[in-house]
Design a protein around this ligand. Structure first.
Ligand code: MEV
Length: 312
């Protein structure tokens, strides 16, 4: 095995999570402030993993490493490497993206890992192959992912995503955001299951709510182009309210959203699957993003970040 390295960034969904699972458009941004990196080094004694979640032989890894095993197996099989358990290699995973917080950590680790494997094999990796390989890993992580995470963690720019395809979104003016981690993890599988169950129980009302989420996401493309923060903020507030009504918010997330609004944010909402994880809040300026972060910590956030989406 030759050395190889790969990295990928985290992601945040601005608008359209959950509805995107049913084919609606969603808008997501890369979060360059949070990255995952994977290094492959020659070693002895089979394939070993070194990570915050687990260190030891891949063959003995716990079930939560299934997405990593799936990515390795699929990438090796595509490259014609005979036995993914076989090579004597150390795979070191270093992710700064908090786990199960709706920030794309599983997809970013998979992307970094696949890039490192292809780098080690000196093989070309096109965007669609990378997407398919991340999706194989994501299916092992949480059932039936829409693919928005896989596309966003490998996109250098914000995207509009629908049904597997992504297109860049124009950002007319830099967007300043405060991110707040509620401190509790959110299982995407469970959150997607909550919406699915509601849709089966109460299809007419749920379809109407999901359709409104789709409209809100679609409408935001124009706000992002013109840099209309207050219009974007209003959409985010409405989206949070709908996500709460479909059952994927939590008292902690609602409290953080309320705190952001009280601190002058034009709009805040949960991001990603929900039931825990993070809130994102629009800020008026970089300084306001810092103030919002402090207000969010006072309201109970476990940790906060400021994120800038540059004009593009
Ligand atoms: C997860 O980041 C976003 C969800 O819409 C699930 C998905 O799209 O697969 C909740």
């Amino acid at each position: 095995v030759r050395p190889g390295a790969g990295s990928a960034h985290g992601k945040a969904i601005l608008l359209g999570e959950h509805a995107v699972v049913y084919g609606a458009p969603a808008i997501a941004i890369p979060v360059d402030e949070l990255t995952a990196r994977v290094d492959i080094a020659p070693s002895s004694g089979g394939l070993r993993i070194e990570s915050a979640l687990y260190t030891g032989p891949l063959a003995d890894a716990p079930a939560r490493l299934a997405p990593v095993s799936a990515a390795i197996a699929e990438a090796c099989s595509r490259l014609g490497a005979p036995d993914p358990q076989g090579p004597d290699a150390l795979v070191r995973i270093d992710s700064k993206i908090p786990h199960e917080r709706g920030l794309g950590s599983s997809a970013a680790v998979a992307a970094a890992l696949i890039r490192a494997i292809y780098d080690s094999a000196s093989a070309d990796l096109d965007a669609d192959t990378l997407f398919e390989l991340i999706q194989t890993s994501e299916r092992a992580a949480h059932g039936s992912p829409s693919g928005i995470d896989a596309r966003t963690v490998t996109s250098p720019v914000p995207i509009r995503f629908t049904r597997g395809e992504s297109a860049p979104v124009r950002i007319g003016a830099p967007l300043h955001l405060a991110f707040a981690d509620s401190g509790s993890s959110g299982s995407t599988t469970r959150a997607v299951g909550v919406v699915r169950a509601l849709r089966e129980r109460d299809p007419v009302r749920t379809e109407a709510l999901l359709a409104r989420l789709a409209q809100v996401a679609e409408g935001s493309v124009a706000d992002l182009e013109t840099g209309d923060r207050s219009a974007l903020g209003a959409r985010m507030g409405e989206a949070h309210d709908i996500l709460r009504r479909v059952g994927v918010s939590s008292p902690e997330l609602d409290a953080l959203v309320a705190a952001a609004h009280a601190a002058g944010s034009p709009g805040a909402k949960l991001t990603g699957g929900g039931l825990g994880g993070c809130v994102i809040a629009i800020a008026g300026s970089p300084a306001h993003a810092v103030d919002l972060s402090a207000a969010l910590r006072r309201a109970g956030a476990h940790s906060t970040w400021t994120v800038e989406v540059p004009a593009a």
